[in-house]
Design a protein around this ligand. Sequence first.
Ligand code: SF4
Length: 298
Amino acid sequence: MDRCRAQSLDGEVTAVDKAQTIIPPIRRDWAALRAEQDSPDYQPGEQVGEAIATATLQQKVDIALELLSAAAREFGEDLVIASSLGKDSTVVWDLAQRVISCPRCLIVTTPYKPQATKDFMHRFQAYERAHGYDVRVFQADKEPLPPAGLYNTDPDRCCDLLKVEPLRRGLAEMGARCWVTGLRATEGYTRREFRFIEERDKGLIKLNPILPFTEREIWQYIACRKLDVNPLYELGYRSLGCEPCTDYSMGADERSGRWKGRSKCGGECGIHTRPLTGECQCNEGGCKVNYEDEEVTR
Ligand code: SF4
């Protein structure tokens, strides 16, 4: 809190004002929440599925706030909120601000993010920093750039270079022991079996507090809280990524517009599936080699 106050730039809406929206700590502590999920009876698909089907929006908000509050008490400043600058991240950042006095934010960007997303990122970063929040942006080293068109010929590798590696570096630089995502189980076919609390990488917890929110509930929450969102949603997009890999999504699958026309369609960029600690695991030689001899045309 002191750090937030010390870095505030103006007296209009200060971090202290925001702190007034903080609700009291909720019910269970981190150990109890982990014990529940580590129980042999815990079936992530079933438990989350039940919450999706039977919990009200308010109950889902309470679940998220409880998880965030317990994680904040457990990890302190080693808790980092990841933002993709999409609607789900917008909700998670708002939820975090309701129960954590001074949440820290990590953003990964790429050269291929749409200009509207870059502009939104700069506005978000400037606003939150002005109010004392630690918001950091990470991206792949500028030189050498991956070859143009890699997103078509080898999108997995492109995502490794431009998303997974900067996230891995960002988590290390920010000293994260727990990172928070906006992952939701109903987003697409790849997201049904995640847990609220995961430890895919030893020593690095991933928290998915809005796992049972539906797409409609995300928009309800945004409307009720009057949150500013990425303007690309006004154009009809439902899931946002890099420009060459984002199209309109039709039907029930919200992520069906991602990597459309490629085998990766509706899939994952790798930040939820690839190792995020230790040495880079991608493409045998690591992220910073292998593409130096290839043509760079951008
Ligand atoms: S989403 Fe597309 S352009 Fe962005 S890193 Fe992945 S493959 Fe590359």
